[in-house]
Write a protein that binds this ligand. Sequence first.
Ligand SMILES: Cc1cc2nc3c(=O)[nH]c(=O)nc-3n(C[C@H](O)[C@H](O)[C@H](O)COP(=O)(O)OP(=O)(O)OC[C@H]3O[C@@H](n4cnc5c(N)ncnc54)[C@H](O)[C@@H]3O)c2cc1C
Length: 307
Amino acid sequence: MRIAIIGSGMAGLSCAARLSQAGLAPSVFDKGRGLGGRMATRRADAGRQFDHGAQVITGEDAAFRRLLDDAKTRGFVREWDIGDGTVKAVGTPGMTAFAKYLAQGLDLHQQTEITSVTLTDVGWDLTADQPVGTYDRVICTAPAPQTSTLAGHALTQPLDHVSYAPSLTLMVALNRPLDAPITQSNPTDALAWIAHDSAKPGRAAQNCWVVQASSDWSVSHLELGKDEIATLMLDLFLGHHGLDATDVAYATAHRWRYALVTNPLRQSFVTSPDGTLYAGGDWCLGPRIEHAWQSGTAIAEDILRSA
Ligand SMILES: Cc1cc2nc3c(=O)[nH]c(=O)nc-3n(C[C@H](O)[C@H](O)[C@H](O)COP(=O)(O)OP(=O)(O)OC[C@H]3O[C@@H](n4cnc5c(N)ncnc54)[C@H](O)[C@@H]3O)c2cc1C
Protein backbone atom coordinates (compact mmCIF):
# COMPACT_ATOMS: atom_id res chain seq x y z
CA MET A 1 0.00 0.00 0.00
CA ARG A 2 1.38 3.43 -0.98
CA ILE A 3 1.05 5.76 2.02
CA ALA A 4 1.97 9.44 2.31
CA ILE A 5 2.00 11.34 5.59
CA ILE A 6 2.02 15.13 5.59
CA GLY A 7 3.80 16.44 8.67
CA SER A 8 6.74 15.14 10.70
CA GLY A 9 5.44 16.40 14.03
CA MET A 10 4.39 13.99 16.75
CA ALA A 11 1.15 12.97 15.01
CA GLY A 12 2.78 12.26 11.65
CA LEU A 13 5.76 10.44 13.12
CA SER A 14 3.73 8.33 15.54
CA CYS A 15 1.48 7.28 12.66
CA ALA A 16 4.48 6.50 10.45
CA ALA A 17 6.30 4.61 13.20
CA ARG A 18 3.29 2.39 13.93
CA LEU A 19 2.72 1.65 10.22
CA SER A 20 6.40 0.90 9.72
CA GLN A 21 6.39 -1.41 12.74
CA ALA A 22 3.57 -3.35 11.00
CA GLY A 23 5.68 -3.76 7.85
CA LEU A 24 4.31 -0.87 5.76
CA ALA A 25 6.59 1.80 4.30
CA PRO A 26 4.98 5.24 4.53
CA SER A 27 6.69 8.33 3.12
CA VAL A 28 6.66 11.39 5.38
CA PHE A 29 6.73 14.92 3.95
CA ASP A 30 7.27 18.13 5.91
CA LYS A 31 7.76 21.70 4.83
CA GLY A 32 10.16 22.38 7.70
CA ARG A 33 13.87 21.68 7.90
CA GLY A 34 13.82 19.87 11.22
CA LEU A 35 11.71 17.03 12.55
CA GLY A 36 9.23 17.45 15.37
CA GLY A 37 6.94 20.31 14.28
CA ARG A 38 6.03 22.29 17.39
CA MET A 39 8.25 19.99 19.46
CA ALA A 40 11.09 22.17 18.25
CA THR A 41 14.69 23.04 19.08
CA ARG A 42 16.25 26.21 17.64
CA ARG A 43 20.03 26.23 17.26
CA ALA A 44 21.78 29.60 17.22
CA ASP A 45 25.40 30.68 16.92
CA ALA A 46 28.02 30.08 19.61
CA GLY A 47 26.52 26.66 20.41
CA ARG A 48 23.31 28.11 21.83
CA GLN A 49 20.08 26.17 21.61
CA PHE A 50 16.50 26.74 22.75
CA ASP A 51 13.45 24.49 22.97
CA HIS A 52 11.19 27.26 21.73
CA GLY A 53 8.06 25.13 21.23
CA ALA A 54 6.87 22.38 23.56
CA GLN A 55 8.71 22.52 26.89
CA VAL A 56 8.07 19.17 28.54
CA ILE A 57 6.51 15.82 27.69
CA THR A 58 3.70 14.66 29.95
CA GLY A 59 1.83 11.41 29.61
CA GLU A 60 -1.32 9.96 31.13
CA ASP A 61 -2.03 7.29 28.50
CA ALA A 62 -0.41 4.00 29.56
CA ALA A 63 0.86 3.15 26.05
CA PHE A 64 2.31 6.64 25.65
CA ARG A 65 4.05 6.31 29.01
CA ARG A 66 5.58 3.01 27.87
CA LEU A 67 6.87 4.73 24.76
CA LEU A 68 8.36 7.53 26.87
CA ASP A 69 10.02 4.95 29.12
CA ASP A 70 11.55 3.23 26.10
CA ALA A 71 12.79 6.59 24.75
CA LYS A 72 14.35 7.23 28.17
CA THR A 73 16.05 3.84 28.17
CA ARG A 74 17.55 4.65 24.78
CA GLY A 75 18.72 8.11 25.85
CA PHE A 76 16.40 10.23 23.68
CA VAL A 77 14.42 11.49 26.68
CA ARG A 78 15.60 12.29 30.21
CA GLU A 79 14.11 13.52 33.43
CA TRP A 80 14.48 17.23 34.20
CA ASP A 81 14.46 18.17 37.87
CA ILE A 82 12.90 21.62 37.80
CA GLY A 83 14.00 22.34 41.33
CA ASP A 84 10.77 22.27 43.33
CA GLY A 85 10.71 18.50 43.71
CA THR A 86 8.97 18.14 40.35
CA VAL A 87 10.52 16.08 37.57
CA LYS A 88 9.52 16.50 33.91
CA ALA A 89 10.44 14.48 30.82
CA VAL A 90 12.33 16.35 28.07
CA GLY A 91 13.97 15.34 24.80
CA THR A 92 17.76 15.12 25.05
CA PRO A 93 19.85 16.94 23.86
CA GLY A 94 16.82 18.93 22.59
CA MET A 95 13.07 18.41 22.42
CA THR A 96 13.41 17.26 18.81
CA ALA A 97 15.22 14.16 20.09
CA PHE A 98 11.87 12.58 20.91
CA ALA A 99 10.87 13.08 17.27
CA LYS A 100 14.18 11.60 16.13
CA TYR A 101 13.54 8.58 18.34
CA LEU A 102 10.27 7.90 16.47
CA ALA A 103 11.72 8.73 13.06
CA GLN A 104 14.40 6.05 13.04
CA GLY A 105 14.28 4.05 9.80
CA LEU A 106 11.44 6.09 8.25
CA ASP A 107 11.37 7.48 4.70
CA LEU A 108 11.53 11.22 5.44
CA HIS A 109 11.31 14.14 3.03
CA GLN A 110 11.92 17.45 4.80
CA GLN A 111 11.61 20.88 3.14
CA THR A 112 8.78 19.54 0.98
CA GLU A 113 5.64 21.62 1.32
CA ILE A 114 2.63 19.76 -0.04
CA THR A 115 0.50 22.26 -1.93
CA SER A 116 -2.30 20.04 -3.26
CA VAL A 117 -3.96 16.72 -2.53
CA THR A 118 -6.18 15.53 -5.40
CA LEU A 119 -8.16 12.33 -5.87
CA THR A 120 -7.74 10.68 -9.28
CA ASP A 121 -8.79 7.27 -10.68
CA VAL A 122 -5.59 5.70 -9.40
CA GLY A 123 -5.23 7.30 -5.97
CA TRP A 124 -4.33 10.58 -4.26
CA ASP A 125 -1.93 12.80 -6.18
CA LEU A 126 0.34 14.90 -4.00
CA THR A 127 2.06 17.98 -5.35
CA ALA A 128 4.82 20.12 -3.85
CA ASP A 129 6.73 22.45 -6.15
CA GLN A 130 6.49 19.46 -8.49
CA PRO A 131 4.45 16.22 -8.48
CA VAL A 132 5.42 14.09 -5.47
CA GLY A 133 3.57 10.85 -6.22
CA THR A 134 0.30 8.93 -6.12
CA TYR A 135 -0.81 7.20 -2.93
CA ASP A 136 -3.52 4.80 -1.75
CA ARG A 137 -3.72 6.48 1.65
CA VAL A 138 -2.85 10.04 2.62
CA ILE A 139 -2.66 11.30 6.20
CA CYS A 140 -2.57 15.06 6.79
CA THR A 141 -1.32 16.13 10.23
CA ALA A 142 -0.89 19.87 9.65
CA PRO A 143 -2.64 22.16 12.19
CA ALA A 144 -6.43 22.24 11.57
CA PRO A 145 -6.58 25.54 9.62
CA GLN A 146 -3.79 24.36 7.30
CA THR A 147 -5.40 20.92 6.96
CA SER A 148 -8.68 22.65 6.04
CA THR A 149 -6.97 24.60 3.28
CA LEU A 150 -5.10 21.59 1.92
CA ALA A 151 -7.58 18.77 2.31
CA GLY A 152 -10.80 20.23 3.75
CA HIS A 153 -12.58 19.77 0.41
CA ALA A 154 -12.24 15.99 0.79
CA LEU A 155 -13.13 15.54 4.48
CA THR A 156 -16.51 14.44 5.80
CA GLN A 157 -16.74 17.29 8.27
CA PRO A 158 -15.55 20.90 8.60
CA LEU A 159 -12.81 21.76 11.10
CA ASP A 160 -13.89 25.38 11.61
CA HIS A 161 -14.73 25.06 15.28
CA VAL A 162 -11.26 23.76 16.22
CA SER A 163 -9.42 26.65 17.89
CA TYR A 164 -5.92 27.44 19.15
CA ALA A 165 -4.25 29.92 21.47
CA PRO A 166 -1.16 31.51 19.94
CA SER A 167 2.15 31.74 21.78
CA LEU A 168 4.79 34.43 21.38
CA THR A 169 8.12 33.11 22.54
CA LEU A 170 11.37 34.89 23.41
CA MET A 171 14.71 33.09 23.26
CA VAL A 172 17.36 34.94 25.23
CA ALA A 173 20.97 34.15 26.14
CA LEU A 174 22.56 36.08 28.99
CA ASN A 175 26.21 36.83 29.55
CA ARG A 176 26.02 36.75 33.29
CA PRO A 177 24.49 34.19 35.67
CA LEU A 178 20.87 34.77 36.64
CA ASP A 179 19.78 33.85 40.13
CA ALA A 180 16.21 32.74 39.34
CA PRO A 181 14.19 29.53 39.65
CA ILE A 182 14.74 26.98 36.85
CA THR A 183 11.13 27.48 35.78
CA GLN A 184 8.62 30.20 36.63
CA SER A 185 4.99 29.66 35.74
CA ASN A 186 2.76 32.70 36.15
CA PRO A 187 -0.28 32.13 33.91
CA THR A 188 -1.80 35.54 34.69
CA ASP A 189 1.37 37.55 33.97
CA ALA A 190 2.35 38.80 30.51
CA LEU A 191 5.35 36.46 30.75
CA ALA A 192 3.51 33.30 31.68
CA TRP A 193 6.46 30.87 31.50
CA ILE A 194 10.16 31.47 32.01
CA ALA A 195 12.55 28.52 31.85
CA HIS A 196 16.31 28.14 32.15
CA ASP A 197 16.55 26.04 29.02
CA SER A 198 20.27 25.26 29.44
CA ALA A 199 19.46 23.69 32.81
CA LYS A 200 17.72 20.80 31.06
CA PRO A 201 19.71 17.55 31.01
CA GLY A 202 22.21 16.99 28.22
CA ARG A 203 22.44 20.65 27.18
CA ALA A 204 25.72 22.53 26.71
CA ALA A 205 26.73 24.76 29.62
CA GLN A 206 25.03 27.88 28.22
CA ASN A 207 22.89 30.57 29.76
CA CYS A 208 19.84 30.25 27.49
CA TRP A 209 16.31 31.09 28.63
CA VAL A 210 12.95 30.49 26.97
CA VAL A 211 10.12 32.88 27.78
CA GLN A 212 6.51 32.41 26.68
CA ALA A 213 3.97 35.21 26.74
CA SER A 214 0.52 34.50 28.15
CA SER A 215 -2.16 33.69 25.65
CA ASP A 216 -3.85 37.12 26.22
CA TRP A 217 -0.58 38.98 25.65
CA SER A 218 0.15 36.79 22.61
CA VAL A 219 -3.27 37.52 21.09
CA SER A 220 -2.91 41.27 21.55
CA HIS A 221 0.64 41.40 20.09
CA LEU A 222 0.33 38.62 17.50
CA GLU A 223 0.61 40.74 14.37
CA LEU A 224 3.64 42.80 15.44
CA GLY A 225 6.93 42.18 13.63
CA LYS A 226 9.19 39.59 15.24
CA ASP A 227 11.83 42.19 16.16
CA GLU A 228 9.19 44.31 17.89
CA ILE A 229 7.90 41.26 19.77
CA ALA A 230 11.48 40.43 20.84
CA THR A 231 12.07 44.00 22.06
CA LEU A 232 8.85 44.15 24.08
CA MET A 233 9.28 40.70 25.63
CA LEU A 234 12.95 41.35 26.37
CA ASP A 235 12.07 44.59 28.21
CA LEU A 236 9.56 42.69 30.34
CA PHE A 237 12.06 39.87 31.00
CA LEU A 238 14.89 42.26 31.95
CA GLY A 239 12.57 44.31 34.17
CA HIS A 240 11.29 41.16 35.88
CA HIS A 241 14.84 40.10 36.82
CA GLY A 242 16.49 43.49 37.38
CA LEU A 243 18.80 43.01 34.39
CA ASP A 244 19.79 45.51 31.72
CA ALA A 245 20.54 45.34 28.02
CA THR A 246 24.28 44.82 28.57
CA ASP A 247 23.48 41.47 30.19
CA VAL A 248 22.00 40.14 26.94
CA ALA A 249 24.19 38.15 24.55
CA TYR A 250 21.44 37.07 22.15
CA ALA A 251 17.67 37.52 21.80
CA THR A 252 15.11 36.60 19.20
CA ALA A 253 11.38 35.88 19.10
CA HIS A 254 9.18 33.26 17.49
CA ARG A 255 5.49 33.53 16.66
CA TRP A 256 3.44 30.34 17.09
CA ARG A 257 0.11 31.18 15.52
CA TYR A 258 -1.31 27.74 16.28
CA ALA A 259 0.35 26.82 19.58
CA LEU A 260 -2.07 25.21 22.01
CA VAL A 261 -5.41 23.69 21.07
CA THR A 262 -8.24 25.32 23.05
CA ASN A 263 -11.20 23.60 21.39
CA PRO A 264 -10.36 20.18 19.93
CA LEU A 265 -12.48 18.13 17.54
CA ARG A 266 -13.07 15.54 20.30
CA GLN A 267 -12.54 12.51 18.07
CA SER A 268 -9.27 10.83 17.15
CA PHE A 269 -9.25 11.73 13.45
CA VAL A 270 -11.43 12.59 10.48
CA THR A 271 -11.50 10.97 7.01
CA SER A 272 -12.79 11.37 3.48
CA PRO A 273 -16.09 9.58 2.69
CA ASP A 274 -14.25 6.56 1.23
CA GLY A 275 -11.84 6.40 4.19
CA THR A 276 -8.64 6.75 2.18
CA LEU A 277 -7.70 10.29 3.25
CA TYR A 278 -7.13 10.91 6.95
CA ALA A 279 -6.57 14.09 8.93
CA GLY A 280 -5.34 14.22 12.51
CA GLY A 281 -3.05 15.88 15.00
CA ASP A 282 -3.24 17.32 18.49
CA TRP A 283 -6.24 19.37 17.36
CA CYS A 284 -8.36 16.20 17.39
CA LEU A 285 -7.97 15.51 21.10
CA GLY A 286 -6.23 18.27 23.06
CA PRO A 287 -3.29 20.63 23.53
CA ARG A 288 -0.39 18.29 24.23
CA ILE A 289 2.21 16.10 22.52
CA GLU A 290 0.45 13.09 23.98
CA HIS A 291 -2.77 14.04 22.16
CA ALA A 292 -0.92 14.29 18.84
CA TRP A 293 0.56 10.84 19.50
CA GLN A 294 -2.89 9.41 20.30
CA SER A 295 -4.36 10.81 17.09
CA GLY A 296 -1.47 9.62 14.89
CA THR A 297 -1.51 6.17 16.43
CA ALA A 298 -5.30 5.86 16.06
CA ILE A 299 -5.01 6.67 12.36
CA ALA A 300 -2.32 4.01 11.92
CA GLU A 301 -4.44 1.41 13.71
CA ASP A 302 -7.42 2.27 11.50
CA ILE A 303 -5.32 1.85 8.35
CA LEU A 304 -3.97 -1.48 9.60
CA ARG A 305 -7.49 -2.70 10.39
CA SER A 306 -8.65 -1.96 6.85
CA ALA A 307 -5.47 -3.17 5.09
C1 LIG B 1 5.06 27.32 22.53
C2 LIG B 1 4.46 25.95 22.70
C3 LIG B 1 4.58 25.29 23.91
C4 LIG B 1 4.05 24.02 24.07
N1 LIG B 1 4.27 23.35 25.24
C5 LIG B 1 3.91 22.06 25.33
C6 LIG B 1 4.32 21.28 26.46
O1 LIG B 1 5.06 21.76 27.33
N2 LIG B 1 3.89 19.98 26.51
C7 LIG B 1 3.13 19.43 25.54
O2 LIG B 1 2.78 18.24 25.65
N3 LIG B 1 2.75 20.13 24.46
C8 LIG B 1 3.15 21.43 24.32
N4 LIG B 1 2.83 22.13 23.21
C9 LIG B 1 1.94 21.52 22.20
C10 LIG B 1 2.68 20.48 21.36
O3 LIG B 1 3.85 21.03 20.82
C11 LIG B 1 1.75 20.00 20.25
O4 LIG B 1 0.53 19.53 20.82
C12 LIG B 1 2.31 18.87 19.39
O5 LIG B 1 3.69 19.03 19.17
C13 LIG B 1 1.52 18.85 18.09
O6 LIG B 1 1.98 17.84 17.22
P1 LIG B 1 1.30 17.64 15.80
O7 LIG B 1 2.07 16.58 15.08
O8 LIG B 1 -0.16 17.48 15.96
O9 LIG B 1 1.48 19.05 15.05
P2 LIG B 1 2.81 19.82 14.62
O10 LIG B 1 3.88 19.60 15.60
O11 LIG B 1 2.38 21.22 14.35
O12 LIG B 1 3.24 19.11 13.26
C14 LIG B 1 2.61 19.41 12.03
C15 LIG B 1 3.70 19.40 10.97
O13 LIG B 1 3.07 19.58 9.68
C16 LIG B 1 3.95 20.32 8.87
N5 LIG B 1 3.17 20.90 7.78
C17 LIG B 1 2.12 21.75 7.84
N6 LIG B 1 1.64 22.00 6.61
C18 LIG B 1 2.39 21.27 5.74
C19 LIG B 1 2.39 21.11 4.32
N7 LIG B 1 1.50 21.76 3.55
N8 LIG B 1 3.32 20.30 3.75
C20 LIG B 1 4.24 19.64 4.53
N9 LIG B 1 4.29 19.78 5.88
C21 LIG B 1 3.37 20.57 6.48
C22 LIG B 1 4.53 21.37 9.83
O14 LIG B 1 5.74 21.88 9.32
C23 LIG B 1 4.70 20.55 11.10
O15 LIG B 1 6.01 20.01 11.20
C24 LIG B 1 3.37 23.40 23.00
C25 LIG B 1 3.27 24.06 21.77
C26 LIG B 1 3.82 25.31 21.62
C27 LIG B 1 3.78 25.97 20.27
